[in-house]
Design a protein around this ligand. Structure first.
Ligand code: SAM
Length: 329
C-alpha cells in the first residue's frame, strides 16, 4: 500500500500524459507557452501502462485519472485507456481535459471503457475565453462537453477557476448552464501553480466568495458532509437537489488531512503532493532495468515521505518549480 507517515493511503493516481497544452490559461502558463519536455524524456505508452499496472496490481491504486498538460493531445490516449480498463482489479478510469477534440474522441474513449470526464470551462463568453486562454476555442469546448454527455461519460463534471475582474461575475451563469444540461459544476480556487508566478492571494476568488455569489441566486444546502471522505469538493445540493455544485477550496479550506492522491508526471516522476518540491524518478530506474518489485518499493518510499500539508500558508512556502501543466492537474 502507498501509506504515508501520517497514515494516509494513496489510492487515487493522477497521470500526466503530456506537459503540452493547446490553451494558455493565464492561471497556468504564459501566452508564449513553455519549453516542453523533449520526446525522449516522456514515458512511452508501454511505460505508462506498466507503472499504472504496478500501482493497480501491487499498490492498491483504485482510481486512475489521465491528465496533463492536455491529455487529448496524446495520440495513444484511447489505447492507454483501453489497456488501463483491462487491468485486474479494474480501476475507475477518468480523464481531466480542456475538451478540445472531445467531440471526436468521446465515443472511442467511452468504447475503451473510460468511466467519466472532467472538462474545464471557466466562462460562457467566447471573448472572455480568448482573453483567458489566449486561443479562440470556446465552441470546441462546448461541443466536447455535449459529446461526452452523448457518449454516456456521465455525470459530466465541469471544472471552473474564477479570477477577479476576468470571469468572477460568471459564477451564477456557469452554474445555470451546467444545471440545464445535467453537468456537475465544481469551482476550484486558483492555486499558486502558474509558471509565471503571478498568483496573488488578493486575486484569488475564495470558496467563501463563490458560495456567497451562488447563494444570492440559488438555495444551497451542504450535501454528504459525513461522506465527503477524501473528495476535495465540498458539495452542495442546489434547490434541495438532486442537482449539486462543488467548491474546491484548495487554498482556504485545504483537505490535505484526507488526501488520497499521488501523481506521476509525463516524464515518470512520482510526486506525493501537487506542491511537493521533491520527486522520485521511476523513469530512470525503469529504463535501467528495474524490476516491478524495485519500482513498487521506490514508489512506496516516495509516498512515505509525504508532508502533512501543502503549506501555502506557511511563511516558508515555496511554489513548486514545475507548473501545473508539467505536474499533471
Ligand atoms: N488540460 C486539462 C484541463 O484543462 O482540464 C488538464 C490539465 S489542467 C492543469 C487540470 C485542471 O487544473 C483544470 O481544470 C485547470 O483549470 C486547473 N488548473 C490549472 N492551473 C490551476 C491553478 N493555478 N489553480 C487552480 N486550478 C488550476
Amino acid at each position: 500500500m502507498l501509506r504515508d507517515s501520517f497514515g494516509r493511503v494513496a489510492t487515487d493516481l493522477r497521470v500526466s500524459l503530456t506537459d503540452k497544452c493547446n490553451l494558455r490559461c493565464t492561471y497556468c502558463m504564459p501566452p508564449e507557452g513553455l519549453d516542453w519536455l523533449p520526446k525522449a524524456q516522456l514515458l512511452t505508452a508501454d511505460e505508462i501502462v506498466r507503472l499504472v499496472r504496478i500501482g493497480v496490481e501491487r499498490l492498491g491504486v483504485t482510481e486512475v485519472r489521465y491528465t496533463g498538460g492536455e491529455p487529448l493531445l496524446r495520440r495513444e490516449l484511447v489505447d492507454i485507456v483501453a489497456r488501463t480498463t483491462a487491468l485486474d482489479p479494474r480501476p475507475q478510469v477518468l480523464l481531466t481535459t480542456n475538451g478540445i477534440g472531445l467531440a471526436r474522441l468521446a465515443e472511442p474513449l467511452a468504447q475503451a471503457g473510460l468511466d467519466r470526464v472532467n472538462v474545464s470551462l471557466d466562462t460562457l463568453d467566447p471573448a472572455t475565453f480568448k482573453q483567458l486562454a489566449h486561443r479562440d476555442r470556446h465552441a470546441d469546448v462546448i461541443a466536447g462537453l455535449a459529446a461526452a454527455d452523448a457518449a454516456g461519460l456521465r455525470p459530466v463534471k465541469v471544472n471552473a477557476v474564477l479570477m477577479r475582474g476576468v470571469n468572477d461575475h460568471e459564477a451564477v451563469p456557469l452554474l445555470r448552464f451546467c444545471l440545464e444540461r445535467g453537468y456537475e459544476l465544481r469551482f476550484i480556487e486558483q492555486m499558486p501553480l502558474d509558471a509565471q508566478h503571478g498568483w496573488t492571494r488578493e486575486g484569488m476568488i475564495t470558496a467563501d466568495e463563490i458560495l456567497e455569489r451562488l447563494s444570492a441566486a440559488f438555495d444551497l444546502t451542504p450535501d454528504d458532509l459525513e461522506q465527503r471522505g477524501s473528495a476535495p469538493a465540498e458539495r452542495f445540493l442546489v434547490g434541495g437537489g438532486p442537482a449539486r455544485v462543488g467548491v474546491i477550496g484548495s487554498v482556504t479550506r485545504p483537505f490535505c488531512g484526507a488526501c488520497d492522491r499521488v501523481r506521476l508526471t509525463a516524464d515518470g516522476q512520482v510526486r506525493n503532493c501537487l506542491f511537493a518540491t521533491e520527486e522520485s524518478d521511476l523513469k530512470t530506474a525503469m529504463r535501467a532495468g528495474a524490476s516491478d518489485d524495485d519500482l513498487a518499493a521506490r514508489w512506496v518510499a516516495a509516498v512515505a515521505r509525504k508532508r502533512a500539508g501543502h503549506g501555502i500558508d506557511d511563511p516558508s512556502f515555496l511554489q513548486p518549480s514545475r507548473p501545473m501543466s508539467a505536474i499533471g492537474g
